[in-house]
Design a protein around this ligand. Structure first.
Ligand code: G6P
Length: 589
């Protein structure tokens, strides 16, 4: 959700900024820009579309600069609204939403100041410039301005004639780093990663000053803060696509490793804090968004059915405004790949305020969610670059199911051997190869339905989300039995239906829905572990996946659905890695 970078050092700034922005493109890619200073000359270049459009200005001179890749909140994607925003001697890049921007803008306009964009971020440039005129010190100016902003911000600021970058953070992530004779700032580690660089994650309310000699961090009262650095290493560099055309395809192939690295076997948990927190829980609440929310739904099926623990799954953006009831003995599990999703963070914070213990399940160590939780369990998906989540979903399931395995062991309840899942996911990927052949049936679909019951319904919802995200086809994941209560009216020959059937108890029930849609002219595609269903006349094509405990089957059944979305996106000519309008890390409400 917008990525920002800044550099001051010995190298030419433009290529460092542009390369950094490319590593942050997952955060937004509707426009990009840089401001580079050479002596007292500030050059600002903005382009619509991908960061690569800035490549033509890599040759700019100047060893200090800031950059931004945008995901529009206020104002359309356009060069005019792209960052950096400038006013007076100030240039600003901003991630977040300044919620009182309209009021602040009116104040500036009353002073006779003219705005050139529709953004809340330009307001930040004006307010900082105002204070800079009177204080003549960039750190002081940013400090005073930050006090006037409500909402969220990560800011990096340059001033003509000042050989420094000043940063400030509230709610939106920001990391500063220092190397030999250089200082850097970015929204995320990969844009900073170089072996040996010392990094510091800014906390809410903190500011930082980057010069060629050092990086200094200040608290909200401008007192200097001393902090142990975290030494960056090469594993944090951005991965490449290898032999694959797209990150999404590569990341699907990485699912078996992601699962293996995310399992948390009961013996490993013995006497751990996780075990302690789990065993004191009478209820589970999940808070999450997007794909992580669907992982939570899958977890709930298994937790209630296999362990009889009452479990509620909340969309984080709803939870935070519902005055939630949090009974004593509730354990809240906040699931977030990035660990930075604003709504999930707010929901987890609220759960804590209501005396719930909080476990964070996240893919990013040192992320905001792990700093907020009582306990963090890291998923081992490795870095996921494609905006549509794939391997992180199975990694989250591996970790969440592992928590249940720990609890099952405590309660002496037999549990499916999770260590089999890595091989089973591999087999599922192989068996799903035929999915590429399905895509032609989806190209002129009016809408698509994914149907299932129980855990299969959770899989259907994730399959539908994947399809929407990267093909832009309207689609719904639906409870198979509910279809006839209204939605069946939408089904005709231009409505492909994907049914998921992995539970022997529900075969006939879900097949009823298959008969109903087939009778209305829909082509039916099937994902199942029951070979006999593949031969039924209603089924146009099928993928036979391996069997496992039906409550845990989304671990496998979602894989063909991820591949289906990928192949349909390709057939439609879409870039599956960078779907329109979406960003991987949503750090605004
Ligand atoms: C965005 C991403 C989704 C992701 C969701 C939650 O919408 O595009 O892929 O599932 O955020 O992200 P999180 O990092 O909290 O799992």
């Amino acid at each position: 959700m917008c990525g920002i970078v800044g550099y001051i050092g010995k190298k030419r700034a433009a290529p460092v900024l542009i390369d950094g922005l490319k590593k942050l493109e997952y955060r937004g890619y509707d426009s990009a820009g840089i401001a580079v200073m050479d002596g007292d000359n500030m050059m600002v270049i903005k382009r619509c579309g991908r960061v690569a459009a800035l490549d033509e200005v890599r040759g700019l001179s100047g060893t200090i600069g800031i950059g931004h890749t945008r995901w529009a909140t206020h104002g359309t994607p356009s060069e005019r609204n792209a960052h950096p925003h400038c006013y007076g001697r100030i240039a600003v890049v901003h991630n977040g939403i300044i919620e009182n921007a309209a009021r602040l803008r009116a104040t500036c306009e009353a002073r006779g100041e003219v705005f050139v964009s529709d953004t809340d971020s330009e307001v930040a440039a004006h307010i900082i410039a105002h204070y800079f005129e009177t204080k003549n010190d960039l750190l002081l100016a940013v400090h005073c301005a930050a006090k006037e902003f409500s909402g969220s911000f990560a800011l990096a600021v340059l001033a003509v004639g000042e050989d420094e970058i000043v940063c400030a953070r509230r709610a939106s992530p920001l990391i500063v780093a220092e190397g030999e004779g250089e200082g850097l700032v970015a929204s995320d580690i990969p844009a900073l990663a170089a072996k040996g660089r010392r990094a510091y994650v800014l906390e809410d309310g903190e500011l930082a000053r980057l010069t060629r000699e050092k990086v200094q961090i200040f608290d909200a009262d401008l007192a200097l803060r001393l902090r142990e650095p975290y030494i960056l290493n090469e594993t944090e560099l951005s991965p490449g696509k290898g032999r694959y055309a797209h990150f999404m395809r590569k990341e699907i192939e990485e699912i078996p490793d992601a699962v293996r690295n995310s399992l948390f076997l009961p013996d490993m948990a013995r006497n751990s804090r996780v075990c302690d927190v789990l065993c004191h829980a009478y209820y589970f609440d999940i808070v999450a968004c997007g794909t992580a929310y669907h992982s939570g739904l899958c977890f709930a099926c298994a937790a209630e059915r296999l362990l009889r623990v009452p479990t509620r799954v909340h969309i984080a953006s709803e939870y935070r405004y519902t005055d939630p009831i949090v009974p004593r003995g509730t354990l809240t599990i906040a699931v977030s790949q990035s660990g930075e999703t604003a709504d999930t963070l707010a929901a987890a914070r609220l759960a804590r305020e209501r005396a719930s213990s909080v476990i964070a399940v996240t893919n990013v160590a040192r992320s905001s969610i792990s700093r907020l939780a009582d306990v963090t369990v890291l998923t081992g998906a490795g870095r996921e670059v494609a905006v549509a989540a794939t391997k992180s979903f199975q990694a989250q399931l591996a970790t969440l199911y592992s928590l249940l395995a720990v609890l099952a062991k405590q309660k002496n309840i037999p549990f499916f051997p999770l260590e089999n899942f890595s091989d089973l996911t591999k087999e599922t990927i192989q068996k799903s190869e035929c999915i590429a052949g399905w895509s032609s049936y989806f190209l002129d679909a009016r809408s698509v339905f994914f149907l299932g019951r129980g855990a299969d319904r959770c899989a259907a919802m994730e399959g539908s989300l994947k399809l929407k995200e990267i093909t832009y086809l309207p689609s719904e994941g639906y409870a198979a039995g509910e279809l006839k209560h209204g939605t069946l009216a939408l089904v005709d020959s231009r409505t492909p239906v994907v049914a998921i059937i992995t539970d022997p108890r529900l075969i006939d029930k879900t097949m009823n829905a298959v008969h109903e849609v087939y009778a209305r002219g829909a082509k039916v595609f099937l994902v199942t572990c029951f070979p006999e269903l593949c031969a039924q006349k209603e089924v146009a094509a099928s993928v036979l996946i391996p069997a496992c405990d039906p409550e845990l089957s989304p671990m496998l059944s979602v894989i063909p659905l991820q591949l289906l979305a990928y192949h349909v996106a390709l057939a439609l000519g879409n870039d599956p890695d960078k779907p329109r309008n979406l960003a991987k890390s949503v750090t605004v409400e």
